[in-house]
Structure formats: C-alpha cells, structure tokens
Ligand binder design. Structure first.
Ligand code: DHK
Length: 147
C-alpha cells in the first residue's frame, strides 16, 4: 500500500482550542482519525505527524522522499516564511500537496505568499478539516497516474 506522509507544522497541535472561528472545532486527533479512515477507503497507508520545529519538517520531507509515495502538508506559519522548506520541497521527487484549513487568501496579506507552493503539485485551502481529505484524494490520483 502506498504510504502518504500527512505533515503538520507549528501550532496545529492546538487545534480545537486555537481560534476555532478560523480553524474549526476539531482537534488534530479528530483530523488524524478522518485521514486514517479516508486512507483506508483510498488504499493509502497514512503516516500522520505534527511538529512545532522547522528543521523537523525538513527532515520529514527527506524521509518521505525515501519511503513514501506522496506528502500532504499543512506547514502552518512556516508556509509563509521558510526558505529551508522551499528548498526541501524542491529537493524531493514525490508529489507534494500543500493544504490549509483556512482560506489564507481571504486573511492577512502575509498569509497570501507561500514558500512551498511553487514546488507543490497543487494547493488546497479553505475547506477546514475537509482540506485534508481533498489533499489525500489529490495524492491518490497523482500516485495512481504515476504508476
Ligand atoms: C495554519 C496556520 O497555522 C497558519 O499559520 C496559516 C494554516 C494557515 C491553516 O489554515 O491551516 O497561515
């Protein structure tokens, strides 16, 4: 079964408590459960992780490139700032889909720029927890096409 890394960046461990009007009431554990059940339905093995540390995300991109068929990533605020993540995204050969719970384009100007979007197959934002499900479906299509 193809492995998909679902990677979560800073502050996403606080989902459920953190600005629920923007990010929704679901916890990260709720979202992980949703991803696992969608993974089962799609025939994808889900490796779901969260970190508050930029370099750890970089390490996970490299690890995924060795063992996984694709990456779905919500890099949180590092999306908008991280040159290291930009470089890591460019260094991998597997498809990567960027995702966000909120519609970053309807929010502050500083959230309109993504450092990793240029290296992504596509970007999904604004659908709450459903953004994760859409990203998994996109990766299913991409990995299937690549077979
Ligand atoms: C999550 C964050 O933590 C923010 O820094 C991003 C993203 C948006 C989200 O909507 O999932 O700007």
């Amino acid at each position: 079964m193809p492995i998909i890394f679902v990677l979560n960046g800073p502050n996403l461990n606080a989902l459920g408590k953190r600005e629920p009007g923007i990010y929704g009431g679901q916890t990260l554990a709720d979202i992980e459960a949703l991803c696992r059940s969608e993974g089962e339905r799609l025939g994808l093995s889900i490796d779901f992780r969260q970190t508050n540390h930029e370099g750890v995300l970089v390490d996970w991109f490299h690890e995924a490139n060795e063992v996984a068929a694709g990456i779905a990533v919500n890099a949180g605020a590092y999306t908008h700032t991280s040159i290291a993540l930009h470089d890591a995204a460019r260094a991998i050969r597997i498809p990567m889909v960027e995702l966000h719970l909120s519609n970053v384009h309807a929010r502050e100007e500083f959230r309109h720029k993504s450092m990793i979007a240029p290296a992504a197959k596509g970007v999904i934002c604004g659908f709450g927890a459903q953004s994760y499900i859409l990203a998994l479906n996109a990766l299913k299509t991409l990995t299937h096409t690549a077979e």
